[in-house]
Design a protein around this ligand. Structure first.
Ligand code: FAD
Length: 323
């Protein structure tokens, strides 16, 4: 076994210094995914920098205008139970409340949730040097791809694993990142990147950067909802999820954001479905049109064609629930 240090940070500056000081240092928040990586021999860090005790990153705050700020260390359980989030950002509360299991939600942080690595079994098995681990093949192409992507795949095809990311992209949230060059704010929809840029990465988190906060613009005048389909109720990821956020004007939809989870390597904007809704009143007909349009451009692999039907039904159901 590779020996490593466990170093506790109490401020973000201390965490960044601890990261920079020793090569091959890795951040640990709740540790659910990091410890899995250690156990699966996918990482061999020299130092784990434990940020769970960093002060100032575990608050939920709604300002006078209704803008929401969530510290990166807030647990999924707290997001799900927060009364302001349940009222104004129900899709986020629901996604966090259905993720994983109660035990995991009590430990897992929202920051770590957004930054967890993919769950494709070829990636998770040490013996497969897949394209996400520096190899030259995505074994899912010719192998077992029941849970893999139907949109935007290639050269890697693992589904994006974060349940929280789906509503956050639908709400137009931004991520605040603190790094050696200062602090930057990135729209969540731009933070996650397709594998054709670099198949080993899922996002644009920079070397030595720490996610400190998630900002969600006020939900005033918007309606939103989330739903997912799972094979098992707990201890598992959804096979498909969908978050919808709409703004109405005079009885019809003025703007819409429809985001799908577990069907692409990033939270996937179903732009054709959004277009199908705009200008229409919310109801059975527009829900049907959005559901059909949501699968535009889908390219199922050999074993995951069922996801196309699930997306159609789920988007139809979520949009109809807003009517
Ligand atoms: C059985 C099971 C079922 C699950 N089901 C679901 C599900 O339905 N939906 C879902 O979304 N997830 C699910 N998960 C995944 C779980 O929710 C995530 O692993 C967890 O949310 C990660 O959060 P964490 O705080 O433990 O992160 P950690 O494991 O501590 O970190 C994860 C990654 O993020 C990095 N990191 C953490 N915090 C920061 C930060 N602030 N800044 C920069 N980098 C950081 C770490 O270095 C690491 O790379 C499941 C997990 C299990 C084991």
């Amino acid at each position: 076994m590779h020996n490593f240090e466990l170093a506790k940070a109490y401020t973000t500056t201390q965490a960044r210094d601890l990261l920079a000081e020793k090569p091959n240092s890795i951040l640990k928040a709740g540790g659910i995914d990091v410890i899995d990586h250690l156990k699966q021999h996918l990482i061999a860090p020299n130092r784990l920098v434990d940020i769970k005790s960093v002060s100032g990153l575990d608050d939920i705050d709604v300002d006078r205008d209704g803008n929401l700020r969530i510290g990166a260390l807030v647990t999924l359980a707290r997001v799900a139970a927060d009364e302001d989030i349940k009222k104004d950002f129900p899709a986020l509360a629901q996604a966090c409340g259905e993720a994983a299991s109660p035990q995991i939600r009590n430990v897992a942080t929202i920051g770590g949730n957004l930054l967890q690595r993919p769950r494709c079994w070829y990636y998770r098995l040490e013996s497969y040097k897949c394209i996400k681990k520096g190899g030259d093949t995505c074994f899912a192409i010719a192998g077992m791809n029941r849970y893999n992507v139907i949109f935007g795949g290639g050269p890697a095809y693992p589904p994006h694993p974060s349940s929280a990311a789906v509503p956050l992209v639908a709400y137009g949230a931004s991520l605040v990142l603190e790094g050696p060059e200062g602090t930057r704010t990135v729209p969540a929809g731009e933070f996650f990147v397709l594998p054709d840029v670099d198949p080993e990465r899922e996002n644009t988190l920079g070397e030595g950067e720490i996610l400190t906060e998630i900002r969600v613009p006020a939900a005033a005048g918007k309606k939103s909802a989330y739903a997912e389909v799972r094979e098992r109720a707990g201890f598992d990821w959804p096979v498909v999820s969908a978050a919808v956020a709409v703004e109405e004007d005079g009885g019809s939809v003025k703007s819409a954001r429809i985001v799908l989870g577990q069907v692409a390597t990033i939270p996937w904007r179903a732009t054709k479905a959004e277009e199908a809704l705009v200008g229409q009143p919310l109801g059975a007909a527009s829900a049907e049109a959005a559901g059909q349009a949501a699968v535009d451009g889908a390219e199922p692999m050999t074993d995951n064609g069922y996801k196309v039907d699930l997306v159609t039904a789920l988007v139809r159901r979520v949009v109809a629930s807003l009517a």
